[in-house]
Ligand binder design. Structure first.
Ligand code: ADE
Ligand code: ZN
Length: 320
């Protein structure tokens, strides 16, 4: 089952860094990697939980040093996403992860933005850039970085909250989200990936999150499911990610069919496709081999992605 034309709403650009590109950029930048070849690197892609993945994800992004590196990574994603059927993509980047290793904000923002600027003409994909903040770093630092992004008039449409979830509840980031709201930015947050259902409620009620990234643990709280369904809160679900990070045991155990059956506004996304075994089309292909979705279910997943995107009426109707 190929992926239907859709919007991708949950994608970390640093998570699209494929092993081949890691080696190419290391060579270009004169960096010696702690792996002798691609097989040795790929052997590390066995994760036990979110943190075991994040350790490798942050280490590998050290090869990104120049604007050209960020632009090349972004262009490679857009090319692959177009082949997967993606027509609109809202792309998170992690500015603090680059600042922490001495890469200037301008370098990462301008590099990604330069590739996005040509995306519609080159790949037929409209895009939006979202600055994601690391919840396992101090909230004051996040606020400072947001101010810098606003000062430099970075072309971002919104903010997100990602990285290690458990022990880092949304409640710590109220000031950040209030500043983003005042600046006219859209707001999303990871919640209920590894963290408890209460983090989803906090993200909605304390941060004003307009979409929840993952959200799968809502299924443990019936009242929350009823609320999310009634309010049609978008949940950007990432099935292959959840399997690879052991949020679920196997794809068969994934709650996506149950979420659809409960009337939740769910859509399918790839999260960090270079790490989790595939882009949106592969997520749909594996879902199709595992579950029996009706044509109606598949259409709903695609329509949900488009109606949950931060786009104007004209682009939305062109995509529907
Ligand atoms: N950063 C990149 N991928 C992530 C994920 N799946 N959860 C939280 N933070 C992330
Ligand atoms: Zn994510």
């Amino acid at each position: 089952m190929a992926g239907p034309p859709c919007a991708e709403l949950h994608l970390h650009i640093e998570g699209t860094l494929e092993p081949e590109l890691i080696f190419d950029l290391a060579e270009r930048n004169g960096i010696s990697l702690p792996y002798s070849d691609l097989d040795e690197l790929r052997a590390r892609y066995e994760f036990t939980d979110l943190q075991s993945f994040l350790d490798l994800y942050y280490r590998n992004m050290d090869v990104l040093r120049t604007e050209a590196d960020f632009a090349d990574m972004t262009r490679a994603y857009l090319r692959r996403a177009a082949a997967a059927g993606v027509r609109h993509s809202e792309i998170m980047m992690d500015p603090q992860a680059h600042l922490a290793r001495g890469v200037a904000l301008e370098t990462c923002v301008n590099g990604v933005a330069s590739a996005l600027a040509d995306s519609e003409s080159e790949f037929g994909i409209s895009t939006g850039l979202i600055a994601a903040f690391l919840r396992d770093r101090p909230a004051e630092e996040a606020l400072e970085v947001l101010e810098q992004l606003l000062d430099m008039e970075a072309p971002i449409i919104g903010i997100g909250l990602d990285s290690a979830e458990v022990g880092h509840p949304p409640s710590g980031f109220v000031d950040l989200y209030e500043r983003a709201r005042a600046a006219g930015l859209r707001r999303i947050a990871h919640a209920g990936e590894e963290g408890p259902p209460g983090y989803i409620t906090e993200a909605l009620d304390l941060l004003g999150a307009e979409r929840i990234d993952h959200g799968i643990r809502c299924m443990e709280d019936d009242a929350l499911v009823q609320r999310l369904a009634a309010e049609q809160v978008p949940l950007t679900v990432c099935p292959l990610s959840n399997v690879r990070l052991r949020a679920v045991d196997t794809l068969k155990d994934h709650p996506l069919p149950a979420m659809l059956a409960r009337g939740l506004n769910v859509c399918v996304n790839s999260d960090d496709p270079a790490y989790f075994g595939g882009y949106v089309d592969e997520n749909f292909a594996q879902l199709g081999r595992t579950f029996t979705f009706t044509a109606d279910d598949l259409a709903r997943l695609a329509v949900n992605s488009v109606r949950s995107a931060f786009i104007g009426a004209e682009r939305r109707s062109a995509l529907l």
